[in-house]
Design a binder for this molecule. Structure first.
Ligand code: NAD
Ligand code: MG
Length: 387
């Protein structure tokens, strides 16, 4: 008898991760099914995805444009739900086996939280949730016995490499970073960077927010915090290595000095697929390394002056408490302001530092406190932009 499909709620299905996940699901020969799709905009794409994948629920989170959109061509078996509250309702449904959290930014928090409360397995792309509320989210997952599987390529690589030893045998995690498009620019050149240039990533084709985060290296800062909470490894045992080829996705060094890495071409479909099928490995659709030609891998330590965001990541990973929520919100707001042309590229990180330093630190915050601080930090960035 064939197994019933694993039913996946794809939250953020119109995004870069969401679309790659649908490719993985589409190629699964019925082993995976998209039971729900959600999007905040691009409803024409959401509709086309619904026509192809025939999910039970289609969630359009941005109320007003969703209500104005013509859904007449939505397949009859799909139920249309409008508004962000529907995310929380759908992830609680018994038939949902796994939730792919691929919404960008703080907006992903409530649905991931609700899914964990309902003991669902999470494939987590939305790193911002862990940056904002890492200890609370990982404790909830543990309490509920829910699996929190990383989709971020670095964390997926670490998760895979960790299977070679015990957690007590881990010496350090080595997060690789492509270095983004501006690795070799002088401070003067960095100051002139335009939005169009910052949106051109040399290797990865991703959503706008994470593409800017990669250019400032704030993405790596967020990933340090993500790794801190996901793997329970102290900040000072997390090292960043610049690796422009993005083939070694990250590494684990064990106490005996052995370093284990996961290699594959830069293609998010592999970490997505690994999380969706976990603990199984299947042939899948991801690109493979070509061993018939010569190639070289390069690693170098990052220059902290070129990338001041990294130090912010370390500070937040060390301090914990309210710092992650403040850093994450300030960064989201600053990236938004940069994309609107209201802030220089080189002002994004100082804006984050400024807000972080002016907040009143709390070591053991509640979720409600973090949500309130998230709002406060965004307002602070707006004030900073206007000043
Ligand atoms: P994206 O911008 O391409 O897609 C974001 C998705 O979230 C879209 O479907 C969008 O409609 C939805 N969304 C946006 N705002 C929302 C809101 N307020 N409420 C509900 N839904 C909303 O982003 P992406 O590049 O796919 O990234 C998604 C997440 O995955 C991010 O957290 C990012 O850091 C993480 N991630 C992405 C990559 C990558 O290669 N793209 C790699 C690692 C991690
Ligand atoms: Mg990553």
């Amino acid at each position: 008898m064939t197994e019933p499909p694993k039913q996946v709620a794809v939250l953020g299905s119109t995004g870069s991760i969401g679309a790659s996940a649908l490719e993985v699901i589409g190629a699964s020969e019925g082993r995976l099914r998209a039971i729900a799709l959600s999007a905040h905009s691009q409803f024409d794409l959401l509709l086309a995805q619904a026509q192809q994948f025939r999910p039970r629920w289609v969630i359009a989170t941005d109320d007003k444009p969703a209500a104005a959109f013509d859904w007449a061509k939505l397949p009859k078996q799909c139920e249309l739900l409008i508004g962000a509250a529907a995310l929380v309702e759908v992830v609680a449904e018994d038939d949902v086996d796994l939730v792919l959290a691929a919404i960008v930014g703080r907006a992903g928090l409530e649905s991931t939280w609700a899914a964990l409360e309902h003991k669902k397995t999470i494939a987590l792309a939305n790193k911002e949730t862990l940056v904002m509320a890492g200890p609370l989210v990982t404790q909830l997952a543990q309490r509920q016995g829910a699996l929190l599987l990383p989709v971020d390529s670095e964390h997926s690589a670490i998760f895979q490499a960790l299977q070679a030893g015990n957690r007590s045998e881990v010496q350090r995690l080595i997060l690789t970073a492509s270095g983004g498009p501006f690795r070799d620019l002088s401070p003067d050149q960095l100051n002139q960077v335009t939005v169009a240039e910052a949106l051109e990533h040399p290797i990865w084709d991703m959503g706008r927010k994470i593409t800017i985060d990669s250019a400032t290296m704030m993405n790596k800062a967020l990933e340090i915090v993500e790794a801190r909470w996901l793997f329970g490894v102290e900040a000072d045992r997390i090292t960043v290595a610049i690796h422009p080829q993005s083939i070694v996705h990250s590494m684990v060094e064990f106490v005996d000095g052995a370093v284990l890495a996961q290699l594959s071409p830069p293609d998010m479909r592999l970490p997505i697929q690994y999380a969706l099928y976990y603990p199984e490995r299947v042939a899948g659709v991801a690109k493979r390394l070509d061993w018939s030609r010569a190639w070289t891998l390069h690693f170098e330590p990052p220059d902290p002056e070129q990338f001041p965001a990294l130090e912010l990541g370390y500070e937040c990973a060390r301090a914990g408490g309210t710092t992650g929520a403040v850093l994450n919100a300030a960064n989201e707001a600053a990236v938004g302001a940069f994309l609107e042309g209201e802030l220089h590229f080189t002002e994004i990180v100082p804006a984050c530092r400024n807000v972080l330093e002016s907040h009143s630190f709390e070591s053991n915050p509640t979720l409600a406190q973090l949500v309130a601080l998230d709002r406060w930090a965004r307002q602070e960035v707006s004030r900073w932009v206007c000043a």
